[in-house]
Design a protein around this ligand. Structure first.
Ligand SMILES: [Zn+2]
Length: 262
């Protein structure tokens, strides 16, 4: 189906300048060699340009994310990351992290907690410290003040209705027991396993030293996939959690990204 589409060579889309026609992609779609204002060149699909899905080599998103992220004083904090994780697990059906165990089986987040500040205030009033994890008292219940407490990982592990058993080197025990035996933080081991690591790697890989990085450095260090997820989260938060309308409507994110980075 030969469609007569006008050439985009010479036009600008966001930070892209279209330099030349490139080979079609596998599905036969027109692609162009584009140059980003920052100097990077890349082949970009025509529709990515015309729909606004691609506005730069990635540097624009990074710039905007850095700008937005620095408005919020808490994004570096553990409590903020915990909150973001809850929102991801329960409210983002594209989340890689255990959606099917949380949001996918109806576990919700108390509406007011969808604002980070409300969650933070509740946490601080209810004994939050950096050694505690959020524990849902009823594992089938929601993330809400009545069903949550800040607990040690030991308390939390013991509260699991069904402790998760793993087997390694012929021994079967709970994740908690293996964590203690191998001198690895329970939360770290648990996170590795749920992210699909093999038991062997999860137990034997030394825990990474967490480097002190600025927000800007963290964002620059992200893979494209991580960046996309991060941006989605930023956008989700920025949107004021508009009743789910934001998901599936990426246009609002792109509108936002159009705003020039300072
Ligand atoms: Zn660029």
């Amino acid at each position: 189906m030969a469609k007569n589409v006008p050439s985009l060579v010479g036009e600008r889309f966001g930070r892209w300048t279209v330099l030349d026609q490139a080979e079609k992609d596998k599905s036969g779609e027109t692609q162009y060699l584009c140059k980003c204002d920052c100097g990077n060149e890349k082949i970009v699909r025509r529709t990515s340009l015309t729909t606004g899905n691609s506005k730069s080599c990635g540097c624009l998103s990074r710039d905007v994310a850095v700008k937005s992220n620095t408005k919020h004083g808490d994004t570096d904090k553990r409590l903020y990351r915990i909150w973001a994780g809850i929102i991801q697990r329960c409210c983002n059906n594209r989340s890689r992290y255990e959606w099917e165990k949380y949001g996918g089986r109806g576990i919700c987040v108390y509406d007011e907690w969808k604002q980070y500040e409300v969650f933070r205030d509740w946490s601080l009033k209810n004994g939050y410290n950096d050694n505690l994890s959020i524990d849902r008292i009823d594992p089938d219940g929601n993330y809400c003040p009545e069903n949550c407490r800040w607990a040690t990982s030991y308390q939390q592990a013991n509260n699991k209705r069904t402790s998760k058993f793993i087997t390694f080197n012929g021994k079967t025990a709970t994740v908690k027991e293996f964590a203690d035996e191998y001198g690895i933080a329970y939360s770290c081991l648990y996170a590795r396993l749920r992210n699909g690591w093999s038991v062997e790697n999860a137990l034997l890989t030394p825990a990474k030293q967490i480097k002190k990085m600025t927000n800007a450095q963290k964002i620059r260090a992200m893979s494209d996939e991580e960046l996309a997820e991060f941006l989605a989260e930023v956008e989700y938060r920025r949107s004021g959690f508009g009743g789910g309308a934001v998901w599936g409507n990426e246009q609002s994110a792109f509108e936002w990204l159009k705003q020039p980075a300072e």
